[in-house]
Design a protein around this ligand. Sequence first.
Ligand code: CTP
Length: 400
Amino acid sequence: MLKGKNILIGVSGSIAAYKIPLLVRLFKKEGANVQIVMSESARDFVTPLTLSALSGNPALTEPFDERDGSWNSHVDMGIWADVLIMAPSSANTLAKMAHGISDNLLVTTYLSAKCPVFFAPAMDLDMYKHPTTAKNVEILKSYGNIVIEPTQGELASGLCGAGRMEEPDEIFRMVQEHFASNKPLQGKKAVVSAGPTYELIDPVRFIGNFSSGYMGLCIAEELAEEGAEVTLVMGPSQYKSEHPLVNQVNIVSSQDMYEACTNAFHSSDIGVMSAAVADYKPSETAENKIKKKTDLMSLDLIKTQDTLAELGSIKSDKQFLVGFALETENEVENAKGKLQRKNLDFIVLNSLQDKGAGFRHKTNKITIIDKNQQITSFDLKSKEEVAKDIVAKIVSDINN
Ligand code: CTP
């Protein structure tokens, strides 16, 4: 869930700052990127070296580093972050946040953040109880910032009461939950086919194609990013998804693909068949390597099972099905035919006439034709961005 997410942690001067290294570790263990911004006084409570070493990025305090001339842009950090966690938030930083005072890198970064902001107050009980602090917390909540309430207990002063910063594992859990609950495909299951198939002629030869599997991998990961639990049925490919919500099933032949996809589709809400499946396979596979004996050699081929057509025929009203069409001529007409024949919700058309589209490119240029005959053409984009366009259309159609 947190893999690849950009987590910005704003540390201010409170004794609870000594717990932030643990919070950093929790995010890093999940594969998130962590950047620390800290106030001058936070450095008295936890060393920048510790936070830099654990986060893998220099912990920043100054907008400008005089030693190497580097400029630490609060604006860039604000754009980069998927979430900002102001922890601990001292009474002073809290007051600055509430009133737009921007006299250091930490609070300018807070003001620049476009992402959700969590803040975890940490101070002595009377400071926390003071009406001005209570008012500042309310102001921040009214801006949509999410308060991580301090807990009750013994404080650094020896006094007992509310003011202890929430424990790192609880802060981590809240942020994790936030990412999980905001996903439009949360609770949905999807099956995606990707890559080529290899149809064996004999033990060493096969009929295959140039598909890399990358487009399907990007679609599977984008569906997972939006919260779906994905089964990725992948033909022979160098790619392997590491996304925690993607279960990759590696197969070889069109028959394997048919079995794995039909199996997974029964319990799926969404099917996206992007694989380049062989349409024909040798009528039989020779047991031993075929020897070259004659000048002319021919192979008997038989039709493979059409996975997409099968899913279209068993699909219920609640299931959503997307197919691909790779065409070289009469593109839109051919794709419309497939859309109808295979009972799809929409079809993604790639034309081999478009430069940079289709196999062996990191880019693709697609046209989406949906069952209402609405046609949308997209520019040439990276396959990651194309996957976002396809998944955005799935999300919007499912919700309408
Ligand atoms: N497909 C499939 N199983 C097959 C063949 C194709 O699931 N045995 C799926 C592909 O994954 C793609 C779509 O069907 O989503 C279109 O495949 P394509 O081979 O282009 O279309 P066909 O219907 O086979 O038509 P034609 O060969 O005439 O282009």
